[in-house]
Design a protein around this ligand. Structure first.
Ligand SMILES: [Zn+2]
Length: 120
């Protein structure tokens, strides 16, 4: 069952993606889609195409799961190892994940209304 983002959540979702693009640009544009299709592992996946990274986040993920999955995948896009090595999560991925986590904290700093917006 898809979790519906409210209009405020959608605005924040777009701002959040803009913020990640600004603070942590990847070597090609990142497009983010919320999809109803199943994903092999977890809530999200990253696909590299010649022109962009496509991050797909399942639309039945909660708000918190969506943000958590997005910064996880963003770290993959920043330190691309190839789809088959996606689950290896080497140290270099961990460094990008730490950067994405800090960006997350900065972007969410002024969000006080959504209790589940903070990824623990
Ligand atoms: Zn991963």
């Amino acid at each position: 069952m898809p979790s519906q983002f409210t209009a405020q959540m959608l605005r924040r979702w777009r701002k959040y993606i803009e913020g990640l693009n600004e603070v942590l640009p990847c070597d090609r544009p990142v497009r983010v889609e919320r999809v109803s299709r199943s994903i092999d592992w977890g809530f999200a996946e990253t696909i590299k195409t010649p022109k962009q990274f496509l991050i797909r986040v399942r639309n039945d993920a909660t708000w918190g799961e969506s943000l958590d999955s997005l910064i996880h995948e963003w770290a993959h896009a920043r330190r691309w190892e190839g789809k088959d090595k996606d689950t290896d999560h080497p140290d270099e991925w961990g460094i990008e994940y730490a950067r994405a986590y800090r960006a997350h904290r900065a972007i969410c700093a002024d969000w006080s209304q959504l209790d589940d917006a903070v990824v623990q």
